[in-house]
Design a protein around this ligand. Structure first.
Ligand SMILES: *[C@@H]1O[C@H](CO)[C@@H](O)[C@H](O)[C@H]1NC(C)=O
Ligand SMILES: *[C@@H]1O[C@H](CO)[C@@H](O)[C@H](O)[C@H]1NC(C)=O
Ligand SMILES: *[C@@H]1O[C@H](CO)[C@@H](O)[C@H](O)[C@H]1NC(C)=O
Ligand SMILES: *[C@@H]1O[C@H](CO)[C@@H](O)[C@H](O)[C@H]1NC(C)=O
Ligand SMILES: *[C@@H]1O[C@H](CO)[C@@H](O)[C@H](O)[C@H]1NC(C)=O
Ligand SMILES: *[C@@H]1O[C@H](CO)[C@@H](O)[C@H](O)[C@H]1NC(C)=O
Ligand SMILES: *[C@@H]1O[C@H](CO)[C@@H](O)[C@H](O)[C@H]1NC(C)=O
Ligand SMILES: *[C@@H]1O[C@H](CO)[C@@H](O)[C@H](O)[C@H]1NC(C)=O
Ligand SMILES: *[C@@H]1O[C@H](CO)[C@@H](O)[C@H](O)[C@H]1NC(C)=O
Length: 531
């Protein structure tokens, strides 16, 4: 009896231990994850695929956790931070926490920016920097790329006529196939009025619109030409805002979002001036919303400070992530995603709805608000490593974390978006023979969204490579194991199947000793090309 009792207890406690190794789906209300007992950045591992993606935990779980089947699309986010095990890429993940794509291989620092329509087709936008030229911290000089649905680079986008490349704060592709980007050059200026030197240095952020095909700038707006530092709130001469020197310029304005509208105007957000500026194509300011010189009366609850990601959301409506905090100041109890109604004749702004965070925390930097077509919304909590879903009234429905709160791991913006990817690079595989007469093959295909099952094929000879079907397995995670209990085949290959059993791609052949060969001749891809 005693033996049975204690072994049951032992078994139960074993089962409740965190399954850190090879966890494949999101955890649900895992308190050890939240508390940091599993480390600052719990991660997943695979048997063969060389990736260690972050492990999700639904701190506020949906009813069907981990599926979260009420949302459709992919979570797209880009963790940055010292404690990450895998760096240099952003993620596309299923809502259940299994990885679909890790955007590595482009540069040292990579931010996945979501899906954009370019030349009539979906593209993934990615900001890349080689890791140099990131002074001061929080900015970057790099470039943007647009990947087509085969993950080939369709466009490379950077600044034109400036001393620095594209910064990480904005990428937005317009209906005219132009890109809206930010840049943060340092300019010399007289800072004596603010406590600095006569020969002082300031970050003078630039909004540029670039014609993607030619790389030419068709609009360039430099903050300091239009906005005096006296209009802003970031103190001069602190470690967070800069001391006004050439290597530590004053970050007076901090441009962090730009939206180009169909009427040719630009909505520019300045975090450090607490203001959204509507600017015309000549660069003139049509109005200011928020801040010291607001043209709008900000009604109760409609005011914001240190904000991010301002976007028009239809006539008379816009969304903004109200940090209400920086690392040196906290204005409100917790950060929030706002939907605001504005009236350009009465010049008033009113609160439509708020989105509050799980655990009522504030986010000292970064953040985003995405409005979905059904009126629900997704909030990325920036410096807090959480992504949450909200209903039409703004009530929180679920919240997923991709690292421990306070770990210093952040995601600049986070989205839920639809995407179809069919990589031009064939699937990857690894052949293992753990037991005699037992071949286990691991298959994966980074970025492929259409694979529903994998087929294992074998050939006895290298010439001709004549294949026999050995096994099938449905795909439920990034990596899939296929097991063949038998012998007699020396060369193995995997084929990726759609839901209809059509073949999307064949991998190369791999011999039992790991040597790889090209694919067989004349193997037919039966899936229709992407339309
Ligand atoms: C697209 O180009 C047209 C014609 O120049 C212009 O009127 C419109 O404002 C542009 N829209 C955007 C979003 O750039
Ligand atoms: C906004 O306010 C400025 C003065 O602060 C004024 O010159 C300008 O006309 C106002 N614009 C609108 C659209 O009210
Ligand atoms: C908005 O205004 C209210 C009332 O003045 C104030 O309590 C609150 O802190 C302000 N919000 C922000 C984000 O500053
Ligand atoms: C909620 O946030 C507070 C303050 O950051 C923290 O001390 C607490 O552990 C958090 N609670 C949970 C359940 O994460
Ligand atoms: C083959 O190996 C796999 C593990 O790789 C194991 O799950 C399976 O039971 C083995 N089958 C046989 C017939 O040995
Ligand atoms: C695997 O599935 C394909 C059809 O999708 C079928 O032709 C093949 O025979 C199956 N292989 C095995 C070993 O069952
Ligand atoms: C995770 O979600 C994806 C997309 O819905 C699904 O294809 C996959 O089977 C799920 N995996 C698990 C382990 O539930
Ligand atoms: C697949 O084979 C082709 C042709 O031999 C070769 O160019 C390519 O590098 C191989 N790919 C992999 C992943 O082994
Ligand atoms: C592949 O197709 C070409 C053209 O139809 C043919 O000449 C060649 O013999 C085929 N190769 C194999 C291995 O069947």
């Amino acid at each position: 009896m005693v033996f049975f009792f204690s072994s049951t207890v032992a078994l139960l406690s074993l089962l409740s231990l965190p399954h850190l190794i090879s966890a494949s789906v999101a955890y649900c209300s895992n308190e050890e994850y939240e508390s940091g007992a599993l480390g600052q950045s719990p991660y997943q591992t695979y048997n063969a695929a060389p990736y260690k993606p972050v492990q999700l935990n639904y701190a506020l779980p949906p009813a069907d956790c981990p599926s979260n089947s009420q949302v459709s699309g992919y979570l797209m986010f880009s963790p940055l931070g010292d404690d990450l095990t895998m760096t240099g890429g952003g993620y596309t993940m299923n809502p259940n926490g299994t990885m679909v794509y890790f955007s590595s291989g482009f540069g040292a620092r990579v931010i996945l920016r979501g899906v954009f329509t370019y030349q009539g087709e979906d593209h993934l936008g990615i900001w890349v920097s080689d890791g140099t030229n990131t002074v001061p911290a929080g900015h970057g000089s790099g470039w943007n790329i647009l990947l087509d649905r085969t993950y080939n680079v369709a466009a490379k986008i950077t600044t034109s006529g400036l001393t620095v490349g594209a910064d990480l704060h904005e990428l937005h592709v317009t209906t005219n196939n132009t890109a809206i980007i930010t840049a943060f050059p340092t300019d010399e200026t007289d800072l004596s009025a603010y406590g600095g030197s006569k020969v002082g240095y300031i970050l003078n952020p630039v909004a540029q619109e670039i014609d993607i095909a030619t790389g030419k700038a068709i609009f360039t707006w430099k903050a300091l030409d239009h906005i005096s530092p006296s209009e802003c709130y970031a103190p001069f001469g602190t470690s967070s805002t800069g001391y006004g020197t050439a290597t530590d310029p004053w970050d007076y304005f901090h441009m962090n979002s730009i939206q180009k509208n169909d009427d040719g105007t630009y909505l520019i957000s300045s975090r450090h001036c607490h203001t959204l500026y509507l600017v015309d194509s000549a660069g003139d300011i049509l109005w200011r919303m928020g801040g010291k010189n607001s043209n709008f009366t900000m009604n109760d609850g409609a005011n914001f400070t240190w904000q991010h990601h301002a976007r028009f959301r239809g006539p008379g409506q816009l969304s903004v992530f109200d940090n209400g905090a920086t690392d040196w100041e906290q204005d409100i109890p917790y950060s929030q995603g706002l939907l605001l109604d504005y009236d350009e004749s009465a010049m008033t702004v009113s609160l439509s709805s708020t989105r509050a965070p799980y655990n009522r925390t504030n986010t000292v930097s970064q953040g985003s608000v995405e409005l979905l077509s059904d009126g629900n919304s997704i909030v990325g909590w920036g410096a807090m490593p959480y992504i949450s879903g909200h209903d039409q009234s703004g009530e929180i429905m679920w919240s997923a974390q991709f690292a421990v709160a306070g770990s210093g791991i952040s995601s600049y913006r986070s989205f839920l978006q639809d995407w179809t990817g069919r990589p031009s690079i064939p699937p990857s595989m690894k052949v293992t023979s753990p037991f005699s007469n037992n071949i286990t093959v691991y298959a994966w295909w980074n970025g492929a969204t259409e694979v529903v099952s994998w087929e294992l094929l074998g050939s006895r000879l290298i010439s001709p490579l004549k294949t026999t079907s050995l096994a099938n397995a449905s795909k439920t995670d990034f990596e899939t194991a296929l097991v063949y209990s038998g012998s007699g085949y020396t060369y193995y290959q995997v084929a990726a199947h759609t839901a209809n059993g059509e073949i999307l791609s064949y991998s190369n052949f791999t011999a039992l000793d790991g040597t790889t060969f090209g694919p067989a001749e004349n193997q037919t891809i039966t899936a229709a090309p992407l339309s």
